[in-house]
Ligand binder design. Sequence first.
Ligand code: BGC
Length: 351
Amino acid sequence: MRALTVIPNQTGSLEVSDLPEPQPKANELLVEGIAMGVCGTDKEIVRGEYGWAPPGSERLVIGHESLGRVRSAPSGSQFKAGDLVVGVVRRPDPVPCGACAHGQFDMCRNGRYRERGIKELNGYGSQLWCVETDYAVRLDPSLAEVGVLLEPTTVVTKAWEQVRKVGERAWFEPRSVLVTGAGPIGLLAALLGVQQGLDVHVLDRVTDGPKPDLVSDLGATYHHDDVSTVVGKLQPNIVIEATGAGPVVFGVLENTGSYAITCLTGVSPTGRTLSIDAGSINRDIVLENDAIIGSVNANLQHYRDGAKSLAAADADWLNSLITRRVPIEHAADAFQSAPDDVKVIITLDRA
Ligand code: BGC
C-alpha cells in the first residue's frame, strides 16, 4: 500500500512509500483512506521544519486531516464496514496531565501529547490505516466528497466554544464576528458564525480568486481593506483570527471595542519583529475588559459537534472550498501553493 512519508526535519524527504498493509488491533478499525487534507502544518513538516517520527522509526507517515471508509470493525463496536469515518488527531499524554485525564487532550498541560501525522504517531496519509474505535468519528454518508474538512472544522468548533465560554463570564449577546483570513480555517469559522445566526464579516487581502464569492455565498460580507480600518468601522463583538500574521493580530487588538473577544488560531512563524505601542494596547485591553484566547486542536466533543455542522452545511459550498484534488502519486504538487488554492487535498483511493 502507498503512504506519504517524510524524514522529519529533513527538507526534500517527502516520498510515496510502499508500506506493508497495517493489521488492526482488537480495538481498532481498518480503514480504506479516501483523502487527506493539506494544511500549513503539513507544509512545515514537508519543508523539514516540524514533526517527529514514531520512536524507533526514521520516517513519519504524514496526514492528520483524514477521511476514509471502514473495511472492518471489531464486533460489538459502534462501527461497521462501509461507514464513513475520520480519525482524531491527538492522543493524551501518558502521564496523564489533569486535562488529558479528563478527555481534554486538546488542552494538554505538559506537551507530551502525541498527534497522528505530526508528533510520534503515523498519520492518515496512507491507502489503509487503523484507528482505535474510541478515536474514530462517523460522518453522515452524504459527506463522502467533503468529509476531509472535518478536522479543520473541529479546530474552529473548539475556537467558537472557547469564545462562548469566555463571553459568558458576563452579559453576552454577540451580534457580529470578524474573521481575519479567508483560508479554510477562516471560511469554516465563518460558516459556523452564519450557522449561529451572527452577522459575519471576513477580511482577506485578495480581491480576486474564489474567496470573495465563497464568503458572499455564505451570506457573509467580504472585506479587503486595511485591518485597522475594518475593525475600527465594524467594532465586532468577536474576532476569530486565522492568519497568524503579526500585523493583522495587532491591528485587531489595537482597534476592537469594549468586551471584544479575540480568538487566535493561526500558528505564526517565529523570529519576525513588529513595532507596536504596547502600552496603548494593554491599556485598551484592560479598560475595555477585552479577552484574547489562543486555541489549538480539538477533543472528541468538538469532532462530534463539527460533524453535525458539516452535515448541516450546504454540500456545494463545502465542495467549492476544495479547490484541488491531487492523487497520491503526484502528492508533491499538493505542497506547492497555487494562486487560487483554498483547500488542497490528496486523494488516496487505490486505482
Ligand atoms: C492541527 C492541530 C494540531 C496542530 C499542532 C494543526 O495543524 O490542525 O490538530 O494540534 O497543528 O500540531
